[in-house]
Write a new protein. Structure first.
Length: 164
């Protein structure tokens, strides 16, 4: 499994945008997750937020990024791109990321953090085993969590679960 390292100061710029997208999702009645795809030149190529409220539980922004990248980027461009996200990829999104051949993943909050918050609030975990990215896609370089954003991300999830 690839070791996880902290995000860089440059990563925080994109992670803050992910948290903004997560807030937009929550404000629209959805779960608070947001993600950004940045190419090797540092250009934002695609961004999205969670859209599962309509009943399609696969409408995670990380999965949408994988779909978009597979259609719009060459394999070389995908390898050089970085996916930034407010929360560590779930198993479905980690697999999609690896299958499409995207580069590193940088996240604000980890699966471990989210599980701890949910347990603290008495909220049951979702229907899929909560695995770290490295357990699903061991070859993907990962940076995170960004402890600078923990309070903000936690507050969004608290609001979702009515504990804010």
């Amino acid at each position: 499994m690839t070791p996880v390292t902290p995000p860089t100061p440059d990563d925080l710029v994109h992670l803050r945008r992910c948290v903004e997208l997560a807030r937009e999702a929550l404000d629209d009645g959805d779960e608070p997750f947001g993600s950004v795809l940045v190419d090797a030149d540092g250009v934002v190529r695609f961004e999205d937020r969670n859209r599962v409220q309509g009943g399609d539980a696969t409408r995670h922004p990380e999965f949408e990024i994988a779909r978009w990248a597979a259609t719009h980027l060459t394999p070389e461009e995908r390898r050089g791109a970085v996916v930034y996200t407010s929360g560590e990829h779930c198993a479905m999104c980690s697999a999609a990321h690896a299958w499409v051949g995207l580069g590193p993943i940088v996240y604000a909050a980890s699966t471990t953090q989210l599980l701890g918050w949910l347990e603290e609030w008495g909220v049951a975990p979702g229907p899929v085993r909560p695995l770290a990215i490295g357990e699903v896609a061991p070859g993907v370089v990962v940076r995170g969590p960004a402890y600078e954003l923990e309070v903000e991300v936690r507050a969004l999830h608290a609001r979702l679960h009515g504990v804010a």
